[in-house]
Design a protein around this ligand. Structure first.
Ligand code: GLP
Length: 238
């Protein structure tokens, strides 16, 4: 699964060396990044001209905080490839004026234009940090995290209390502006979300369903995440 997802990113970069890659955090894409790093070492795929934009960042965490998404990206990808630090973009969760930071980030997304966006999915169907009920028209914004999301992400922190209450996230509309989208889902705890996504019903309370409005989305899921999908004949298996 990770190998296939990495192939999408590598192919994009080989086709257009100055690609803009939209990246995600969480456990799911770590294998993808490992494959990208391995390919960089073996085949010298270069990221010198690549720009990256990340989906989201917790409010209140510094870039050097090991639980921040900036730290995650540095550790899991950036420091292992030849990307330029100035070309890696993540919302600043420590900005004094969070609204101004959201506008700056949205403007940046517009200027760069994302070629391919990698997404994970929350158990409640969130994409980025867009929680159920978020309007599909949203641009980059500050969001209050659902209690279930804070609990799901508590494993990265020492305790639940340390999980920030809010985050800056690309909006659903910001995500839909990407030319291509790859959604990754792994494990049984994503099976309900993938079942709901496969039902093709568009529902504001299931944010990932907005992806049905995009013309170029690929879902890469493992067998466990597909446990409750009865219409897998529509899916391409690899
Ligand atoms: C977080 C991130 C999402 C990610 C989700 C699932 O909430 N903001 O971008 O998709 O977690 O994470 P995991 O892959 O660890 O299950």
């Amino acid at each position: 699964m990770s190998h296939l997802a990495a192939k999408f990113l590598i192919k994009q970069v080989l086709h257009k060396p100055s690609s803009v890659l939209g990246l995600a955090t969480g456990s799911t894409p770590t294998g993808t990044y490992e494959n990208v790093i391995e390919d960089h070492r073996k085949n010298q795929t270069s990221y010198e001209q690549v720009q990256t934009v990340n989906l989201d960042e917790y409010v209140g965490l510094t870039p050097t905080d090991p639980t921040s998404y900036r730290y995650f990206m540095e550790n899991n990808l950036f420091q292992h490839i030849d990307i330029k630090a100035k070309n890696t973009h993540i919302p600043n969760g420590k900005a004094n004026d969070l609204q101004a930071e959201c506008s700056r980030y949205e403007q940046l997304l517009r200027e760069l234009g994302v070629d391919i966006q990698l997404l994970g999915i929350g158990r409640n169907g969130h994409i980025g940090f867009n929680e159920p009920g978020t309007s599909f028209q949203t641009k980059t914004h500050v969001i209050e995290l659902a209690e279930s999301t804070r609990k799901a992400n508590a494993r990265f922190f020492d305790s639940l209390e340390q999980v920030p209450n809010s985050a800056i996230t690309m909006g659903i509309d910001s995500i839909l502006q990407s030319k291509e989208i790859i959604l990754l889902a792994s494990g049984k705890n994503k099976a309900n979300a993938i079942k709901q996504l496969a039902s093709e019903q568009i529902d504001k309370f299931f944010p990932a369903s907005a992806l049905h409005q995009h013309p170029n989305v690929t879902v890469i899921a493992d067998r466990e995440a597909l446990t409750f999908c009865d219409n897998t004949e529509k899916l391409q298996t690899v």
